[in-house]
Design a protein around this ligand. Sequence first.
Ligand code: FES
Length: 138
Amino acid sequence: MSDGLTDDRPAVRVSAPVCRVEDLPDGASRGFDPLGEGRDTMFIVRRGDALHGWRNHCPHYDNARMAWRKDEFLSGDKSHIVCGAHGALFEIDTGLCVIGPCLGDHLTPVPLAVRGGEVFLPVPYRPGLRPRAGRGQR
Ligand code: FES
């Protein structure tokens, strides 16, 4: 039974790479839809050689998606991840909210593995969270 904030659908092993490292310029963010759900359920931020994967839902409110525009997950100065709904700022490497209504909460990490220049999801991936019943999809 789902409480609306969790999801009972099973995790799925994703064998195909989500992208190539070279597809992610240093300092960029990009959303991905590993299960073909029709929306970006995760995103990756590249900083130098480091890749940081996060689920695309904000801990503040009802599984809100975060990008204010396709692939725009970062603040203007690219120093933080930003939620486009209410402007919460999160550390890129830890997912900690440092400014905003969910101060102290964390984004949900997505483990990544790089092999041969390709980025993989090394652990089974859960379908994207859906809004609670009675709320519109955002
Ligand atoms: S939904 Fe993200 S800050 Fe409110």
